[in-house]
Design a protein around this ligand. Structure first.
Ligand code: PLP
Length: 350
C-alpha cells in the first residue's frame, strides 16, 4: 500500500521537533538538558522531569493486551487527539472531504469543522446500520477518511461486520477509521486483528470506558507502523503527561478489573432493560452492545427535564435526526439504575 498518496505532502516531508528526551533516552545521569527544575515539585511525588514522549512502558503492556506490536500503537490525549491528528495528516481544507454516518459520535464533525474540512454525511439506515450503497456513491477521489463507529454512539448497536468489510475493500483513496470506543462491551472481535490484511484501516479505542480511566485522557489508535510514526511525528512532543503514564501503567497491571467491570455493567444493563420494559410509556429500547442504552419514550423532553430536577442526569438525544424522542442512558450502579426506573415510573404516574 502506498500511504504517501493519502498523506498531505508537507506532513510526509515534515522534520519533527526533536525533544531533549528524544535526543538522550538513557535513565541514568545528571540531566541538565531540558531546562527542568532540579529541586522537584514541592509534592510527595515529583513530576519535575519530562515524561517519555513515546510512552513505551504503557505500549508494551498494551501490545500484550491487544495482540499487536508496540510500533502499531499511538497514544493520544483522549481519542479526540487522534481524531484531530488523523484529519490534519490527511485532509487539506477546500480540497479533501470525509464521510460521516450520523447519528454518530459528535467529535468527528466538530474536529472536521475546526480543521475546515468538508463533511459528507450519509445517515445510518432506520435500523441504525451503514447505508453501504449511499456511502459508496458519496465517496469521490478526494475522500480521505471514512469514519465508522462500532458499537455506535449514541445508538449503542454494533454495525454489520460484513458491511464494514465491503467498505474497506471498496474505498481506495484514503483511510477507514473504525472507532471501537465501546468494543469491550461487545462480543464483536476488534478490527486490530485485521490490520495486517487491511493497512488502510486505523482502529481507535480508549481507556475512558471499560477501563474506567476517563479522567486520565488516554486514547489509542492502532494502525500500520508507518501511519503510527507519522502520527508520532505531528503530535505535541509530550502529549501524555507523566502522571497519566504512571497511573495507566498501574491500572493496566491490574488485569482483572476491566473484565469484572464489563461483566457487572452488562448484567446491570440487562436488569435496567427489564425494569424499563415494564413501563408502558417506553416506546422502544434499542439493542445495545455498549455501556449505555438509547430509549425512546413518550414525552421524552419532559421526562428528561424531570430527571434533571431530581438530579439524575441522562443525555437527551431527542433533537438528533433518527433519535427522535430518545434519551441515552449510561448504565450506572444498581442503586442508580433502580432510582432511574423509580423516577421514570413516578413521572408517568403523576
Ligand atoms: C465513539 C466514541 N469515540 C471516542 C470517544 C472519546 O473518547 P476519549 O475519552 O478517549 O476522548 C467517545 C466518548 O464518549 C465516544 O463515544
Amino acid at each position: 500500500m502506498n500511504f504517501e498518496n493519502f498523506i498531505l505532502p508537507h506532513i510526509w516531508n515534515l522534520k519533527p521537533y526533536s525533544s531533549a528526551r528524544d535526543e538522550f533516552k538513557g535513565k541514568e545521569g545528571v540531566f541538565l538538558d531540558a531546562n527542568e527544575n532540579p529541586l522537584g515539585s514541592g509534592l510527595v511525588e515529583n513530576w519535575n522531569r519530562y515524561p517519555d514522549p513515546l510512552q513505551l512502558a504503557i505500549k508494551e503492556q498494551l501490545s500484550e493486551i491487544k495482540s499487536c506490536k508496540t510500533d502499531q500503537i499511538f497514544l493520544g490525549n483522549g481519542s479526540d487527539e487522534a481524531i484531530d491528528l488523523i484529519m490534519r495528516m490527511t485532509c487539506q481544507s477546500g480540497v479533501h472531504n470525509i464521510i460521516l454516518c450520523p447519528p454518530t459520535y459528535g467529535m468527528y464533525e466538530v474536529s472536521a469543522s475546526i480543521n475546515h474540512i468538508e463533511q459528507r454525511k450519509v445517515s445510518l439506515t432506520k435500523q441504525y446500520q451503514l447505508d453501504v450503497e449511499g456511502i459508496l456513491k458519496t465517496i469521490n477521489s478526494n475522500t480521505r477518511l471514512l469514519f465508522i463507529c462500532s458499537p455506535n454512539n449514541p445508538t449503542g448497536n454494533k454495525l454489520n461486520r460484513s458491511d464494514i468489510y465491503t467498505l474497506i475493500e471498496s474505498f481506495k483513496s484514503g483511510f477507514v477509521i473504525i472507532d471501537e470506543a465501546y468494543i469491550d462491551f461487545s462480543d464483536e472481535p476488534s478490527f486490530i486483528m485485521e490490520l495486517a490484511k487491511y493497512p488502510q484501516v486505523i482502529v481507535m479505542q480508549t481507556l475512558s470506558k471499560a477501563y474506567g480511566l476517563a479522567s486520565l485522557r488516554l486514547g489509542m489508535a492502532f494502525a500500520h507502523s508507518s501511519i503510527i510514526s507519522l502520527l508520532n511525528k505531528i503530535k505535541p512532543p509530550y502529549n501524555i503527561g507523566g502522571a497519566t503514564q504512571e497511573i495507566v501503567h498501574k491500572a493496566l497491571a491490574n488485569t482483572s478489573f476491566k473484565e469484572e467491570a464489563v461483566k457487572s455493567i452488562l448484567s446491570e444493563r440487562s436488569r435496567l432493560i427489564e425494569g424499563l420494559e415494564n413501563i408502558p410509556e417506553v416506546i422502544h429500547i434499542f439493542p445495545s452492545d455498549a455501556n449505555f442504552i438509547l430509549v425512546q419514550f413518550k414525552r421524552a423532553n419532559d421526562l428528561f427535564h424531570f430527571l434533571i430536577e431530581a438530579k439524575l442526569i441522562t443525555r437527551n438525544r431527542s433533537s438528533v435526526a433518527l433519535c427522535e424522542d430518545s434519551i441515552r442512558i449510561t448504565i450506572g450502579m444498581s442503586e442508580e439504575n433502580d432510582k432511574l426506573v423509580r423516577l421514570i415510573q413516578q413521572f408517568y404516574s403523576a
